[in-house]
Write a protein that binds this ligand. Structure first.
Ligand code: DC
Length: 241
């Protein structure tokens, strides 16, 4: 572990890729890790959700690659920090869509939309741009395998399915959305199935990723674990040594 007295080492900015199943605490962990390290945080799931919202509103046919490509040209996704709640919020073509993209009708569609190769190519290119200066924590399904295969730290998160559904239900309740437990569980199973079996960059643990099962961990424990790993990855021998 680095100590400031250790003048043979210097600190570099790294990319932290956090992948894993839906609702195992990726974004909660990623946000807090980013805050502790003073890093940026990108929720790539929000980008696929914003595309899904656009396609739904504009009735874009998911089976016609040309329609999809054309629609993607009209989509601009960005994140802006909301100082009041100290969170990044997703914007689609200049409109704050943070609340809308978390609703169940988007969750029901997003895995189908994110399996479309044209959608993935467009989002991956944007994500690579967002992370090119490093100093970033990015969470998703293919960050360590496709977006940043050379990321200095890769985490693969998983948790017990019932726990994931319960946590998701609590999260939705906090947003005043009452959704039946079985409905959430079925949605998670459906998304796991599509996310892990799609042709284009399916969800899979990178060979060099650390497996983090959050079933029996508190959020603080998860964050401490990732920050500890990150700190060791940030060190490199200084030029003067
Ligand atoms: O993280 P989330 O549940 O908000 O993600 C929504 C969906 O987006 C998820 O079911 C799979 C997809 N996704 C993806 O395919 N690749 C990513 N890098 C992030 C999310």
């Amino acid at each position: 572990m680095y100590s400031p007295e250790d003048d043979d080492m210097a600190i570099q900015k790294i990319i932290i890729a956090i992948d894993g199943y839906s609702s195992c605490g990726k974004s909660t962990t990623a946000k807090l890790v980013a805050a502790r390290l003073g890093y940026g945080y990108i929720d790539t799931g929000a980008m696929y959700r914003a595309v899904t919202l656009y396609f739904t509103e504009k009735n874009i046919s998911l089976t016609n690659p040309r329609d999809v490509e054309k629609a993607l040209l009209d989509i601009s996704i960005s994140f802006h920090h909301n100082a009041r709640i100290n969170e990044n919020e997703a914007f689609l073509n200049g409109l704050n869509v943070e609340k809308e993209i978390r609703k169940m009708y988007i969750s029901d569609m997003v895995s189908e939309v994110s399996a479309i190769p044209e959608v993935r190519h467009a989002m991956v290119a944007q994500q690579q741009k967002m992370g090119r200066k490093k100093g970033i924590v990015m969470d998703g399904r293919d960050i360590g395998t496709r977006v940043f295969p050379d990321a200095e730290l890769k985490i693969f998160m998983t948790a017990d399915l019932d726990l994931r559904a319960y946590r998701r239900q609590q999260e939705l309740m906090e947003k005043n959305q009452l959704v039946n437990f079985e409905e959430i569980k079925n949605n998670l199973m459906h998304r796991d199935e599509i996310d892990t079996t799609r042709k284009e960059s399916p969800l899979t643990q990178a060979a060099d990723a650390f497996l983090l099962d959050t079933s029996h961990l508190t959020v603080d424990e998860q964050v401490d674990h990732v920050v500890g790993l990150a700190q060791s990855r940030m060190l490199f021998p200084s030029v003067s040594s």
